[in-house]
Design a protein around this ligand. Sequence first.
Ligand SMILES: [Fe+2]
Length: 259
Amino acid sequence: MFQPDFAEIAERQPAAWTDYLVPQDWAHFTAEEHGVWDILFARQLPYLGTRIVTPFLHGIPRLGLDRPGIPDLDRLNDRLEPLTGWRCVSVPGLVPDDAFFAMLAERCFPIGNFIRSADCLDYLEQPDCFHDIFGHVPMLAHPPAARLMQAMGRLGVEAVAAGLGETISRLYWHTVEFGLAREDGEVKILGAGLASSFGEAHFAIEADVPRPRFTLRDAAATAYRSDAFQPLYFVSDSLEGAACELEALDLDELRALAG
Ligand SMILES: [Fe+2]
């Protein structure tokens, strides 16, 4: 499989986000790897059933994600693109923040072109295609979430260039990845990091852990953990409300939030 040389790309001035893309080459996935997807899917969806925001659940069948095996991105895009204009693109692994946000700004969502091994179902050094597809893509079929993600991308590009990458990352992390949101008065899972994690989905909803109300100011002031469960989970008043608030944010306001 083609692997780009990230060090060489980073030396290019400026590096383009398209430099990080690779073909998915769906046929390279083995039967065992498709089996890992099926195990993860069968374990995760029943738990999420009553605990995740409704648009996520609607997105699964609309996008054909309830079919067995690792999704073929071409087929997935055939369903996703007509709904919201988003497309999934394949990358070898984590990409730098500036390229990541530039992809989101173009309504392209990067999918890690690998899956965890069967003996490591719960440990991930990098987000794999189960996290990226199962966790994120159902929400991309929902117009408010689709707009939110593009807005985060556009602001993220500006923020990284202005030295505010940590602040925009905190807002992203506390909503898109590890956020909770109220729906019909109940606290539900919103973020992809929770939706795709068996252990942390349980922890965020059931454990005795702080769940403060989401505000831009508090989320921007709160560091996150990338190596452990979060010490707290912000609860947005609603998915749509959080989307509107984040869509309206500009660089000056982000700078003010950064203090
Ligand atoms: Fe993610």
